[in-house]
Design a protein around this ligand. Structure first.
Ligand code: TPP
Length: 564
């Protein structure tokens, strides 16, 4: 067997979930070896699409995913997606060809190690036939146990060298880190005294829903998420939705009024905390994270608890229930009811507040003046209409741009796996590929790709991937015929905007050219074909080119530019 075949076999036996890529001579053998050993391979049309689809697949399935690229340009094409994955701590393995060390003058040669490291990914290498198993296992272990994006360079001369049949070890996820006893006692004490606690769950809490909910029930906390964990507490009556720029007015008010904010696996960064303005002057801030380096990285915290999020929530709940922290144990009472009202002054949960959250908690409960004019549809009205039309079992994948708040704020999602948000690198053009990876991970749900016209046309080649794979996807383009983010940021200064405005494009026709059903929407009535498509066999994917109003920029965008 050759080394390339060995690497594919080892990764397959270690248990990688799915592979995505563009095949050239430098990754042909390794890709086929993955397939021969049962790893399904998805060919995308651009390596960036492969990296982003793999990232989304890993996020939505919880499995390590693989990207396969040719050396040099194959890798550079994938870099934007690799940067997004690395910054998101997505466990991903990128298999890439590399030039033999002696082939110094090859057209394909670049410093791949330096390139990879520059975006925060880990650069690993198969050094030779004798180390090939260890090198591959090391890459997998780092990806799985440290949640890192690892690029495994495969030099062409080593790929074709002979190697013995591999013996593949079992590699298990890292065991959960138990929190320190003293830190648990301190957190239990803080929770016991809190009058208006709010829990904000981030990416690191996506698998810890039940223990966080149970602790919140016990101490009367309200629940919110960062944008990437949107949907986590969807079915909880005390859920406030997203904390940050996308918060509804009621959500922002209740978080600002909290006397305690506990971030669970959540960076509490400027987006989630609106540059700190969601934290009241007297609010105590606690952060629980299994990465000690994450604690206090974005803002000062009063207490940092290094530890696994689920484990910490469980042991703190035990401490509250038994009074082990020095309290009387009343905060730990559950009263037999799930998600109870606590009118005993225990926490934030009154019957009145529960009713307010139910009536005003969501953006779609907030009245707005519909600015649709027959020629163009108001993106808020469009998003509310889609929320009504689409089945509740859905995945919403959102690209970047001025439009991005509309689908994030107006479309509900059933759980955290129902929302794919690739914003760690803030690149436009990733939304469609992230929808592809999400759709493959969750074929039981309808996937909606929500894009701006700029991002849609930047990532357009993957429309062919959607039709080729037969994914029953809805692509909605919030089409303002511009890079709206730039228009709204620079427009008020009177700067020339012709570099960021474009002539109208018939994106529905472009979709039809790729094999989609295509619909142009200028008013609510134009959504009738969408209703028909949803009721029908969904044989082809659907692209909706929504010509949206754009008189003013979204206010969350102003927030974003403040962060530049
Ligand atoms: C790859 C990349 N290029 C450029 C930018 C800068 N940028 C941010 S938003 C944006 C406009 C996006 O336009 P569109 O997708 O139509 O969404 P809109 O802002 O109009 O809602 C641009 C160019 C970026 N974030 N990423």
């Amino acid at each position: 067997m050759i080394v390339a075949a060995l690497v594919g076999q080892v990764l397959a036996e270690l248990g990688v979930g799915r592979a995505f890529g563009v095949v050239g001579s430098g990754n042909f053998h390794v890709t086929n070896a993955l397939r021969a050993h049962g790893v399904e391979f998805v060919a995308t049309r651009h390596e960036c699409g492969a990296a982003v689809a793999a990232d989304a697949f890993a996020r939505m399935s919880g499995r390590v995913a693989v990207v396969s690229t040719h050396q040099g340009p194959g890798l550079t094409n994938a870099m934007t997606g690799i940067a997004e994955a690395a910054k998101s701590r997505t466990p991903l393995i990128v298999l890439t060809g590399d030039m033999p060390a002696a082939d110094r003058l090859s057209n394909f040669r670049i410093d791949q190690d330096a390139l990879v490291r520059s975006v925060g990914a880990v650069s690993e290498r198969v050094h030779g036939p004798r180390t090939a198993v260890a090198d591959t296992v090391r890459a997998y272990r780092i990806a799985l146990q440290q949640r890192r994006t690892v690029v495994l360079n495969l030099p062409l001369d080593i790929q074709v060298a002979d190697a013995p049949d591999p013996v593949v070890p079992t590699v298990l996820p890292a065991p959960p880190i138990r929190p320190d006893v003293d830190a648990v006692r301190r957190l239990a004490d803080i929770l016991a005294k809190a009058q208006r606690p709010v829990f904000v769950a981030g990416r690191g809490a996506r698998t810890a829903k039940a223990p966080i909910q149970a602790l919140a029930d016990a101490c009367g906390a309200l629940l919110a998420t960062s944008a990437v964990a949107n949907g986590l507490f969807h079915d909880d009556p005390w859920s406030l939705g997203i904390s940050g720029g996308f918060s509804s007015p009621l959500t922002a008010e209740l978080i600002r009024d909290a006397d305690l904010i506990v971030g669970w696996g959540c960076a509490l960064n400027m987006w989630t905390m609106r540059h700190g303005t969601l934290i009241g002057p007297e609010t105590t801030v606690v952060q629980v994270d299994d990465d000690p380096a994450a604690i206090g990285a974005h803002r000062p915290v009063h207490l940092g608890v290094p530890g696994d999020v689920a484990e910490t929530a469980r042991v703190v709940a035990d401490a509250l229930a038994t009074g082990a922290f020095g309290g009387d144990g009343t905060r730990g009472e559950r009263g037999g009811e799930t998600h109870p009202v606590r009118d005993d002054g225990n926490g934030y949960r009154s019957a009145e507040l529960r009713a307010r959250i139910a009536q005003q908690g969501r953006w779609r409960d907030v009245a707005f003046k519909d600015e649709s004019d027959g020629e163009r549809i108001d993106p808020r009205a469009l998003s509310v209409a889609l929320d009504d039309l689409l089945p509740a079992e859905r995945t919403v994948a959102v690209d970047s741009g001025n439009f991005m708040g509309y689908p994030s704020m107006y479309l509900s999602v059933p759980d955290a796996d129902g929302f794919c948000f690739t914003q760690a690198y803030q690149s436009i053009g990733l939304g469609l590929a992230s929808a592809i990876g999400s759709a493959i991970a969750r074929p039981d749900r309808l996937t909606l790709a929500a894009l701006g016209d700029g991002g849609a046309l930047m990532g357009v080649s993957e429309l062919e991937t959607v039709t080729r794979l037969g994914l029953p996807m809805v692509v909605i383009v919030y089409d303002d015929e511009a890079y709206g983010a730039e228009v709204h940021h620079f427009g008020p200064d009177g700067d020339p905007l012709d570099v960021v405005r474009f002539a109208p494009a018939d994106i529905a026709a472009i979709g039809r050219g790729f094999g989609f059903d295509g619909v142009t929407v200028r008013a609510g009535a134009d959504l009738a074909p969408v209703r028909d498509w949803l009721a029908g066999p969904r044989e082809r994917p659907l692209l909706i080119d929504a010509k949206v109003t754009s008189a003013h920029g979204s206010w969350w965008l102003e927030e974003a530019f403040r962060g530049h």
